[in-house]
Structures are given as C-alpha cells and as structure tokens.
Design a protein around this ligand. Structure first.
Ligand code: ZN
Length: 302
C-alpha cells in the first residue's frame, strides 16, 4: 500500500511542471480588472480588487491589508496612466521583483490602449490629476480585448501547465464580447450626439465610444473640486446650450451635480462606472448592459 502511495505521489510530482500554480493570486487595482481576470482565469485564479465602486481609484489609503495582498500576489493588474500614483507605489514597496511594473507579474492596462486627453502642457503642479492622459480606460469596450489578451498571456506564462486553459477561455470570452459589442453599438445608436455634463472625466472613453458630447465638467480641472463661480458659469452656459444629462460615478460627491440639476431641470444620473456600481452590474457584460440601459432610459432620445 505504502509503495503504491509513494508511486502515485511521485507520478503527480513528475507530471506537474514547476510553473503550475494551485491558484494564481491576483490583486487588481480596480474592480473591472478583477472581473476581467476572472473571465480569463475562472476557478484557476483568485482575484481581489483593491478598490470598490464607491471608492475613487485616484485616492485610497494604502492600508496594511492591501500591502499584505500585494506581497502575496502572483499578478497585479492596474489601469496605470497615473490613476494609482497616490497609493500603488506604497503597495509595491514591500513586494517582490516579480510584481513590479514591467515584470511578468504586473499588467499596466493603459499600455495596451490609445489614451485620450494626452494634450501637452498639463502637469500635476496645475492640480490636474490626469497629466499622463485620461486613465479611466475601461469604459470603451474596444479596450477590453487587448487587455484581456495581455492578462491571458501573463497567466499562460505564470501558470504554464494551464496555458491552453487560459487561451481557450480567452477565445470564448472574445467571441462573446464581440457579439455583445455589436449589440451594444446597435442599441446605443440613438444616443449619438447627446450632450452631457460630467462631474470628472471618468466617462471620457464611454463618451468617445458612443459619440456623445461632453460639453462641460463640474470640476474646473480633473481632480479640482467644483467651485461656486465655476458652477455659476456652467449654469449660464447650459441656459444657452442645454444638455440632456449630468453624469457622475457612484464615488463622486453628489452636491454639485444635484445643485446644477435643480437649477436646470437636467436629470442628474449616476452611472455604475465599474462592477458593483449598481446592483445589476455584476460582471463586465452587465456593467455595459446597465450603463446603456440607464443612458437610454434617461437621455430622452427616442
Ligand atoms: Zn480621473
């Protein structure tokens, strides 16, 4: 009996290459990347998001539990383009070389998509929190597949025994995503040209994708809270050029949005922004479904 057991154990050890992992441990900076990792990795990964839908990903505290999670991570996935500059470096300080930026175990999603708002002459000293371009990249669904391909590639290398598994799941996801994309674009066609006001430039990629027109921002500059003089000037602007919606995320303060809405009768609308931003937005597909449904219901375009 003992001999049989020993043989089985030896056989297992031999059969499994050294890059096989029981479960790949992933720390995502934002919920959308944890959800995307789950699409590709399924039960072979365990993904945790450092932020949730009610937290501004520009500003969270690098609390000890997150530092511990970063230390244990095999793979870290973040938006980059400066979004996490206030806290990710603190998480990485005590982590190993395998998850540092540019290592195999670190995906910077913004490296794989074209960025908006990359105009020259902007820097943090002016208070703008988007000096490297707009980092809120996930709300253009065309951005999801190139980033999914990167995640697939990293998982296939980190856990090479399951490389085929990850590649097959990517193929399946990509096919379903392309189908959903075509449906979303058909459904959203009436929204084209809709004029909106935003709180922060959180929805720039969604606006770009759907060809909406952002005519004003409640923040005078990305990251600078609305001032009363700025809001007064917006009120005058909207009297001349009305908008259909005032958009904000679940984590952005509501006061300025509600004030402007009360003065103009333009509906103030909270879009989910990420996974969990509304109850229906439980995964990436549902995030887009819920976002488009809210826009179509409230923009009064049909
Ligand atoms: Zn931002």
């Amino acid at each position: 009996m003992r001999k049989i057991f020993t043989t089985i154990v030896a056989g297992l050890l031999f059969a499994v290459p050294f890059t096989a992992m029981a479960q790949v441990n992933i720390l995502a900076c934002e919920p959308e990347w944890a959800a995307l990792a789950e699409e590709i990795g399924g039960p072979k990964i365990s993904a945790f998001s450092a932020t949730h839908a009610r937290q501004d990903p520009h500003h969270i505290r690098a609390r000890p539990s997150l530092i511990a999670k970063a230390r244990r991570a095999d793979l870290i996935i973040c938006s980059g383009a400066g979004l996490e500059v206030g806290w990710l470096p603190i998480l990485l300080q005590k982590s190993g070389p395998q998850v540092q930026p540019n290592a195999l175990g670190h995906v910077t999603a913004s490296h794989y998509v074209p960025l908006l708002d990359t105009g020259a002459g902007v820097d943090r000293s002016m208070g703008d929190v988007h000096p490297e371009g707009n980092p809120h990249i996930h709300l253009n669904p065309h951005h999801i597949l190139p980033i999914a391909a990167q995640i697939t590639d990293r998982l296939a290398q980190l856990d090479s025994a399951n490389a085929d598994y990850y590649q097959n799941r990517y193929q399946d996801f990509a096919q379903r995503w392309q189908q959903a994309l075509a449906q979303w674009e058909a459904k959203a066609a009436p929204l084209k040209g809709t004029q909106v006001v935003v709180h922060h430039k959180s929805f720039s990629y969604l606006i770009d994708w759907l060809q909406l027109r952002a005519i004003a921002s409640l923040e005078p500059k990305p990251g600078i809270p609305p001032t009363s003089s700025h809001l007064e000037s917006l009120l005058q602007q909207l009297k001349a050029t009305p908008a259909k919606l005032i958009l904000r995320t679940p984590y952005e303060p509501e006061a300025a949005s509600l004030w402007l809405s009360s003065k103009t009768n333009i509906p103030a609308l909270v879009l989910p922004y990420t996974i969990g931003g509304v109850a229906e937005a439980g995964d990436l597909f549902a995030l887009y479904d819920a976002t488009l449904a809210l826009l179509l219901e409230n923009a009064n375009v049909e």
